[in-house]
Structures are given as structure tokens and as C-alpha cells.
Design a protein around this ligand. Structure first.
Ligand code: ATP
Ligand code: MG
Length: 396
């Protein structure tokens, strides 16, 4: 039996005009993902087939589970396109499995095949009933479905139990670049993951404020970026020295407005970096109402410093929904490590929840922020997260 892994594309079908582009991108991403393994990959308009040769099936499937644009991953068997071969392969597959009831579903892409779909299903079903003891057909609620796909050159057969859900979404890279404001928290890595799911390539931006924030906090962000890079390509992390700006805000600004002003500075810097790296959007982990700086009035005031689109993928999710995703994508355990980030250092007792834009502008005139922003942007450290090695760090 010739065993293959079949990739179903899912949502890509909705992109008729760009289908070739999408499939080529997915093919490229899968090839990249499996570059350490000796496999061959064939693609056509509806399916991809991977011959995994002597590689461990589980390892390859786990890798494929991290690739966006895959609807499902199916272990299937290939045979010649004639009814006798289909009978014999169906028997070989089902005779090894334990089940009571089954049904056969046929998809006949090649309309010249000698039997239509219904006839194939009926004939294969009858053959199996005759040759395997103690099984019955149940078309409504079977224990197992045997799928027969008759395509241009070959026929592919698999069972419902051998289909694994993929990540879905669009192939990473199909949409160009976005800049993710990545803190060490739970929300921003999830926001990054969700934007990657729509095909966005990420670079990340972290505001670092030593000595108020620790090396561990920075390492945590690097680890999170490393995890995100598993779902796409290598990620560049831009680390902004933010201490001076924070200290100026702390010295000069009404404490209730400190966070609002700090976030306006972050957005200004994010816009500058995004322009420098040719990213078209800023992405962050803000969620409506979660904290004082994320009320609608706060978002209005903070967003006012940039015209660049700010995408907030988790803006309408509950914290528990965000946590659920964080657990699935393996960022949660790192996010909950207890290191302060720069937003939690200067938390005022009563941050404003309805900030006034004119007041923000007035308060900012007390700080020479343009100069400070220039200095911060000019001193950004850029890390290639894939090749970054932690030194003296037991935690991550
Ligand atoms: P998260 O759990 O992602 O940190 P949060 O609930 O802590 O989010 P805030 O601290 O208010 O929320 O920050 C909102 C968003 O602003 C974050 O999700 C992130 O996108 C961005 N952000 C906050 N702090 C930083 C930082 N130090 N560096 C980069 N981005 C940051
Ligand atoms: Mg945070």
C-alpha cells in the first residue's frame, strides 16, 4: 500500500482569482517547514500530497499542524484508477480496523471514470460487506466513513478517523508585513498568532525599560517571538530603549494620565518603526474594556497619534477566550511567568478611563518627546529570534 499525507486547502477555495498564488505560497511554506526531512511534495489545484518516505509520520504531522492554510491533514493510500484496485485497497485498509458500522463516500473528480460516485460507493460497500465479517452499512451514523477520491491520475482512499484538523486561515506571507507590539503578557502573542492566520508576516516591537524591567522580562518576549515564528517564518524583534521616555513621563505628567501618554508614545514609535520596515499595519493585544487604557475613550485618545491602521485581533474576545488560544498555541506558560513589563511598573492608583485629547496634547507639551523618540528609534536593538541563544537563563 502506498501511503501518503494528503493536504486539503479549505478556505483557499474562496480565493478563486488568487488560487495559484495561494497554493504556491502554501507549497513553499510546507516545503520550508519540512526542509529538515527527506520528503517529496506534489501539488495540484485541490490537494497536496506528501510522500514522507521513511520519516516518522507523527513528527511530520505535528510540523504540518503549525502551517496556516491547511484545512486538514489526511493519511491516505494511493492506488490505480480501476474498480478492482479500489476494492482490494479498501479491503486492506478496513480489514485492519475495529468497527461495526460504516459507509462509503466517493468523490469522483474524473467524470470519465467508468462508474459514477454513487455506483462506486455502492459497489465498494457491497464488496466490503461480502469480505469482512460482522459489519453493517449505516448511512446516518456510521462508526467509520471510507472516503474514495477518484482524481485525474490516481485514486486515493482514507478513513474519517485518519483526518486531522489543520490550523486553517491563509498561508503566512500572502498579505505582506505587520508590526506586532509584543509585551510579555497573554494577549499580544495571541493577537500576533491571529494576524498570522490571515497571512500577515510579523516583525515584533518590544518596549524595554531597564532597570525598571528585568532581563528576564526581555527574555520572555524573545521566547514568545520564537514560538510565534514556528507558525510562519523567522521573526525580527525590535527592542526599543524606553527608559528615558518613561522617566520623563513619570517626572512631568499628571499621574492619572501617565499610562495614556506612555501609550501615545508607544504608538508614535511603532508607527516610525513600521514605516522603516515597510509594515502596513500595527498589531497589538488591546481588548475593549480590559483595563483603563483600553476603554473606547482611551483607545480614541491613544490611536489619535497615528493614521496607520491598528489591528487588534483580540479586541472583542473575553480574557478566557484569549487564554484558551494562548494555551493551544503554547504561549500561555511563558506569558504567565511573573516578570513586570514597562506598563506595570508605573501603575497609577487611578488611571483616567475617560481621557481628554486636548489634555493629552497639553501634558505632552511639557516633554521634548520628539527628540526622545528620535533617540529611542536610533538605538533600537534588532534580534533575529530563530538564531538567538539565551545566555545564563534557566527559566526559558
Ligand atoms: P498583554 O497581555 O499582551 O501584555 P495587557 O492586557 O497586559 O496585554 P497592556 O499592558 O495594557 O495590556 O497592553 C496592551 C497592548 O499594548 C499589549 O497587548 C501589547 O500589544 C502592547 N504593549 C504593552 N506593553 C508593551 C511593551 N512593553 N512592549 C510592546 N508592546 C507592549
Ligand atoms: Mg501587558
Amino acid at each position: 500500500m502506498e501511503k501518503l499525507i494528503m493536504i486539503k486547502y479549505g478556505e483557499l477555495f474562496t480565493k478563486k482569482d488568487n488560487l495559484k498564488l495561494f497554493i504556491d505560497k502554501l507549497y513553499f511554506n510546507i516545503k520550508n517547514k519540512l526542509s529538515d526531512y527527506d520528503v517529496t511534495i506534489e501539488k495540484n489545484k485541490v490537494r497536496m500530497f506528501i510522500d514522507i518516505k521513511n520519516n516518522d509520520e507523527k513528527i511530520i504531522i505535528d510540523k504540518l499542524k503549525e502551517v496556516f492554510g491547511i484545512h486538514s491533514i489526511v493519511v491516505c493510500y494511493k492506488t490505480e484508477k480501476n474498480i478492482e484496485s479500489i476494492y482490494s485497497l479498501s479491503f486492506d485498509i478496513l480489514s485492519k480496523l475495529k468497527f461495526n458500522s460504516f459507509k462509503v463516500e466517493t468523490n469522483r473528480a474524473d467524470k470519465n471514470f467508468e462508474f459514477n460516485s454513487l455506483e462506486v460507493s455502492k459497489n465498494v460497500g457491497a464488496y466490503l460487506l461480502k469480505n469482512i465479517n460482522n459489519i453493517v452499512v449505516d448511512v446516518h451514523n456510521p462508526d467509520l466513513i471510507l472516503n474514495v477520491e477518484i482524481r485525474k491520475d490516481f485514486c486515493y482512499i482514507y478513513t474519517s478517523s485518519s483526518s486531522i484538523k489543520g490550523l486553517g486561515g491563509y498561508p503566512n506571507g500572502i498579505q505582506g508585513k505587520g508590526l506586532l507590539m509584543l509585551s510579555g503578557g497573554i494577549d499580544s502573542p495571541v493577537a500576533g498568532f491571529l494576524s498570522m492566520k490571515r497571512g500577515v508576516i510579523l516583525e515584533c516591537l518590544y518596549f524595554d525599560a531597564p532597570p525598571h524591567t528585568s532581563m528576564e522580562a526581555k527574555n520572555k518576549v524573545i521566547s514568545l517571538a520564537k514560538i510565534l515564528s514556528n507558525y510562519g517564518s523567522n521573526i525580527k524583534l525590535h527592542i526599543v530603549p524606553f527608559t528615558k521616555i518613561e522617566e520623563e513621563i513619570y517626572k512631568n505628567v499628571d499621574p492619572t494620565y501617565m499610562i495614556t501618554i506612555m501609550r501615545r508614545m508607544m504608538y508614535r514609535i511603532a508607527e516610525r518603526v513600521a514605516n522603516n520596515i515597510k509594515a502596513k499595519i500595527i498589531i497589538n493585544g488591546e481588548s475593549i474594556g480590559q483595563v483603563a487604557s483600553q476603554t473606547l475613550s482611551s483607545m480614541f485618545c491613544i490611536n489619535n497619534v497615528t493614521n496607520m491602521p491598528v489591528i487588534r485581533p483580540v479586541s472583542c474576545l473575553d480574557k478566557l477566550e484569549i487564554i484558551d488560544i494562548a494555551k493551544k498555541i503554547n504561549t500561555y506558560e511563558i506569558s504567565i511567568m511573573p516578570f513586570e513589563d514597562c506598563c506595570t511598573i508605573f501603575v497609577p492608583k487611578h488611571p483616567v478611563i475617560n481621557p481628554n485629547l486636548h489634555k493629552c496634547i497639553g501634558l505632552e507639551s511639557q516633554i521634548e518627546y520628539e527628540k526622545l523618540i528620535d533617540e529611542a528609534v536610533n538605538n533600537i536593538e534588532i534580534i533575529d529570534v530563530n538564531s538567538y541563544e539565551f545566555i545564563n537563563c534557566d527559566l526559558l
